[in-house]
Design a protein around this ligand. Structure first.
Ligand code: COA
Length: 279
């Protein structure tokens, strides 16, 4: 397969046991993000977001890369050659699907199987959770080819890493492996490559047991309150809680009932049986 891969083929996915496995699918280009891939990814996210048979979305890469960042040829050089309008459109298309993923209806997990560079930090941050293989490679390579880490990448490292590490990472252009990425806060955990899929599947299975309305409200709340004062967060959370209840008050009541009346589970040790109420 060459650069002539069609737009539809730049992203692949399968749905198995309520987990959507979405793959950057340009392995021959180390899954770098071209305008075609960015448009196709938005279509795939659209298609999966409200499907009843999808409870969690995993974003991973085909071949040796998760994503080698923006496509230096198709995203930068070729769109810039077409002028400012084309450049802005390409930015909207990439930033657009990353934003869509940040606020996705379903919980999302990045499964970082290999190279993850530059612009790849956008979708990495968009995923709620992230797991890497020990031998994955992360880098803000921008400094190595003469630009600053744009497309949100600078913001991502400042949000996720301690400031000294963020500055070192952005200024030195040195790569880190999955273990260091976990130590520095870029991902939740790093595991040996042959255990990565099993670990991500186990995490997804836990998420699938939770009340989906509560999960969406929770992930949004955590992202929103990060930038609020304590008082603003307290107020926001009262309102977010009430809004979630109005979507699914029965779920919450059932959770309380199974614990207090039925004594069939303990919320401190696991989730209530959500199959026993209708939403
Ligand atoms: N943009 C455009 N093309 C890219 C690319 C990118 N970000 N990353 C990889 N490719 C292309 C290469 O040009 C090459 O194309 P070709 O087969 O037509 O020559 C192909 O993908 C394979 O890449 P190659 O460099 O041969 O693979 P590798 O496994 O030896 O090295 C990397 C992998 C990721 C280390 C290397 O490709 C690289 O440094 N990519 C750029 C990473 C980067 O700086 N990204 C930040 C962008 S914001």
């Amino acid at each position: 397969m060459t650069t002539e891969r069609s737009e539809a083929e730049t992203v692949a996915y399968t749905v198995e046991n309520r987990i959507a496995w979405v793959r950057f699918n340009r392995p021959e280009k180390r899954n770098c993000m071209s305008p075609k891939l960015n448009r196709q990814m938005m279509r795939v996210l659209d298609e999966l977001e409200f499907r009843d048979d999808v409870g969690v979305l995993v974003l991973t890469g085909e071949g040796s890369a998760w994503s080698a960042g923006m496509d230096l040829k198709e995203y930068f050089r070729e769109t810039e050659a077409q002028g400012l309008g084309a450049t802005r459109q390409a930015q909207r298309e990439s930033y657009g699907w990353w934003r869509r993923l940040r606020w996705y209806q379903k919980p999302t997990v990045a499964m970082v199987n290999g190279w993850c560079f530059g612009g790849g930090y956008g979708p990495l941050f968009s995923c709620d959770l992230a797991f890497a293989s020990d031998d994955a490679t992360f880098g803000l390579s921008e400094i190595n080819w003469g630009i600053l880490p744009g497309g949100g990448a600078s913001k991502v490292v400042v949000d996720l890493m301690p400031l000294r590490q963020a500055l070192y990472h952005a200024m030195m252009g040195e790569n880190i492996d999955g273990r260091t990425a976990a130590e520095w806060g870029l991902v939740n955990e790093s595991v040996p490559a042959d255990q990565l899929k099993a670990r991500v599947t186990a995490v997804c299975e836990v998420l699938l047991e939770k009340n989906p309305i509560a999960l969406k409200a929770t992930k949004d709340a955590i992202r929103r309150v990060k930038e609020m004062t304590y008082d603003n967060a307290e107020d926001y959370l009262v309102r977010a809680q009430e809004a979630a209840n109005s979507f699914d008050n029965d779920g919450r009541k059932e959770g309380i009932r199974q614990f207090i009346d039925e004594k069939s589970y303990k919320p401190g040790l696991g989730a209530y049986d959500k199959s026993r109420h209708t939403q």
